[in-house]
Design a protein around this ligand. Structure first.
Ligand code: PLP
Length: 373
């Protein structure tokens, strides 16, 4: 029987502890593992920096949900990204989006300045600029969709075909579109990344990142790089992440319906110049999003306010929406993004980023309405 991924997630791959029968996985904290009488590892575990059984179960679950032969878990999203980017050497061409998660962009700039990697940026609002920027030296293309914090939607299948033409690998940052809604590998990507701190964990109580690979050989190489860089997830965080993943489908569905209701309600509000949300039919990426985000458009939206002053005021006046960074948790967060990203950021100063949680949508709307005034 082919089970729906929501079933596989809820049961953590029908996990039963083989010693105790426990339906919740054991938390394996050992940093080292004793060998057997023949001086062989009893299972495959040797040392904690290479992983233990809790991390292994998490990785099996992530690989399953991302429809990948292999997945790896890291101590943060940035730990996963910086470890992956170790595959680039001097002279390699790296292509990223001009607007996207600022940490990834800053790390790419660091590699360009210090390691001889050539860096180009495409414009996510004009997706054709991705294919135009590809060269025979392009080794890796990093595509985030929906793009944080404008929520432009990029067509993964089209980008994958263009990358294949020049022999470049396509990596998709699917943090805002977790596996319950988008399957980048199935759409042709080579690597899928999640900041598991966000929707995958879902409770704002852990920092982690995951990579899933189409090529087992690349997963193998990254396993080695992760051991050397020491960027593996800690067992307790892995345990919390398994726990979070069991409710991923439920949480994402609720956040998506909440966000769509809010987006529709504030679209046309006198103090809101524009609502940026892929679920709105007028959004330029709506058609692609409908095809690519099959489990909902997610809880992330941005409001372009009538002025920077309004944006600055709203984040100081909400009572329910928490003024904090990050996203994808059960609690709703609001953020005035430009001051966070700094002067070189291209984000509009009047932009408010909203991470819609799973609370009652009436309460969320009432609070937002009183704060906007
Ligand atoms: C948060 C985030 C990251 C970085 O992940 P951390 O877990 O914070 O290290 C990368 N990409 C996106 C889209 C993010 O939101």
């Amino acid at each position: 029987m082919k089970l729906h991924p929501a079933t596989r997630a809820a049961q953590a791959l029908h996990h039963i502890d083989n010693k105790t029968g426990g339906v919740s996985p054991a938390l394996e904290l050992s940093s080292t593992f004793a060998r057997d009488g023949d001086y062989q590892p009893r299972q495959s575990y040797i040392y904690g920096r290479d992983g233990g059984s809790t991390v292994k179960l998490l990785e099996a679950l992530v690989a399953d949900l991302d429809e990948a032969p292999a997945a790896l878990a890291f101590s943060s999203g940035m730990a996963a990204i910086t470890t992956l980017f170790e595959i680039l050497k001097a002279g390699d061409h790296l292509l990223l989006s001009r607007v996207m998660y600022h940490g990834t962009l800053n790390w790419a700039r660091h590699l360009a300045e210090n390691r001889g990697v050539t860096l180009d940026l495409f414009d996510p609002a004009r997706p054709e600029t991705l294919a135009e920027a590809l060269t025979p030296q392009t080794r890796l293309v990093w595509l985030e969709t929906p793009v944080n914090p404008t929520w432009d939607v990029l067509d993964i299948a089209t980008a994958a075909a263009a990358c294949r033409n020049v022999g470049a690998r396509l990596a998709v940052d699917s943090t805002a579109a977790p596996p319950c809604t988008t399957q980048p590998l199935t759409l042709g990507a080579d690597i899928v990344f999640h900041s598991a701190t966000k929707y995958m964990g879902g409770h704002s109580d852990l920092v982690a990142g995951t990579l899933a690979f189409r090529e087992p050989a690349l997963a193998e190489r990254l396993t080695g790089l992760r051991s050397l860089r020491g960027t593996i997830i800690a067992p307790f965080d892995a345990w919390l992440l398994i726990r979070g993943l069991r409710t991923l489908f439920l949480r994402f569905e609720r956040a998506s319906t909440n966000a769509l209701t809010i987006a529709k309600h504030f679209d046309g509000h006198p103090k809101v110049a524009k609502v940026l949300y892929p679920g709105l039919p007028a959004h330029p990426g709506h058609e692609v999003a409908k095809a690519q985000m099959t489990g909902g458009f997610g809880g992330m939206l941005s409001l372009l306010m009538d002025s920077e002053e309004t944006a600055a005021r709203v984040v100081r006046t909400t009572r329910l929406w928490l003024p904090a960074t990050s996203l994808g948790g059960v609690e709703s967060l609001i953020e005035h993004r430009k001051p966070i990203e700094g002067p070189q950021s291209e984000v509009a100063p009047e932009l408010l980023r909203l991470s819609t949680g799973i609370e009652d949508v009436g309460d969320l709307m009432e609070d937002l309405a009183q704060a906007i005034g």
